[in-house]
Design a protein around this ligand. Structure first.
Ligand SMILES: Nc1ncnc2c1ncn2[C@@H]1O[C@H](COP(=O)(O)OP(=O)(O)OP(=O)(O)O)[C@@H](O)[C@H]1O
Length: 263
């Protein structure tokens, strides 16, 4: 059995007869990095929310590591596009809170302190650990959000457009950091993105959703690129270029945004 098993997930909001997502089946292996891409409104966040346990599927369900998901839990940590740090706490305190909430039975106070610092160091934020969210940049806030998520030792890291609100350079920097963390920890990741280059650079597989309503998985692309990946070297790599072209072809030709399809 796969590590994360999304099976026949169908979501219809408010008793609507036409579901947003219809019959989504996806099997994810332990340690895999999966991106979900598709046009705005097709149901990407809805799918992620089902895996997070924030939303119940109308039909179908999700099994993680042999256990059916019902409701949110610390085994699935979510990082959203806009940080959700508590503004009155420092970076250290934001991460520490999550550590205390999830690991107080397994770790002593001193161990939780060290673990908090280790996760802040993992995202290279030690220098700003005593600052509050209002005193740091958007990219730094996302790094603390990622540290907080990882500090809970989740089985799956759920990233909902985590770099979407960042400028291009900060975004590239964070993508590189997430790649390094994924290599170091072997975390299973499910990431939603609109960015084709980001999906190809980071993923083992790219799941492409068709347009909603009634969205389903249109195609899954295996990204056949060795790791570690270097963005500069990949820019001219024929395999990168062809993977990118395949996703663009899916999004802009076969499943163009509603209303934009060429006549
Ligand atoms: N709680 C809700 N109640 C009713 N409809 C909803 C609810 N949440 C989402 N929807 C609808 O479901 C569809 C899919 O929304 P979702 O946010 O999952 O799309 P998305 O692919 O993540 O979009 P984007 O890329 O713009 O973030 C949309 O039509 C949206 O309006």
């Amino acid at each position: 059995m796969s590590f994360l098993d999304i099976s026949d997930v169908t979501i219809a909001f408010n008793g609507s007869r036409v579901p947003v997502l219809n019959g989504v089946d996806l099997k994810i292996s332990r340690g895999e990095y999966i991106s979900v891409i598709g046009h705005s409104g097709c149901g990407k966040s809805t799918l992620l929310n089902v895996v997070a346990g924030l939303l119940d599927a109308t039909r179908g369900g999700v099994v993680l590591d042999g256990r059916e998901i019902s409701g949110p839990g610390p085994d699935r940590a979510v990082v959203f596009q806009n940080h959700s740090l508590l503004p009155w706490l420092t970076c250290y305190e934001n991460v520490r809170l999550a550590v205390d909430q999830t690991l107080s039975k397994q770790m002593s106070r001193a161990e939780r302190h060290e673990w908090t610092l280790a996760n802040i160091a993992l995202v290279r934020m030690t220098h700003a650990k005593d600052k509050r969210p209002g005193e740091i940049s958007g990219g730094m806030k996302q790094r603390i959000g990622i540290a907080r998520a990882l500090s809970m030792k989740p089985k799956v890291l759920l990233l909902d457009e985590p770099f979407g609100a960042l400028d291009a350079l900060t975004r590239a920097h964070l993508q590189d950091q997430v790649m390094q963390i994924h290599a170091e920890l072997g975390t299973t990741v499910m990431m939603i993105t609109h960015d084709v280059d980001e999906a190809v650079l980071l993923s083992d597989r790219i799941v492409m959703l068709t347009n909603g309503p009634n969205a389903r998985i249109g195609e899954i692309l295996e990204v056949d690129l060795p790791r570690p990946r270097d963005r500069l070297a990949l820019a001219t790599d024929a395999r990168f270029i062809s993977a990118r072209a395949a996703v663009l072809e899916f999004l802009h030709h076969r499943h163009a945004a509603p209303g934009l399809k060429a006549a």
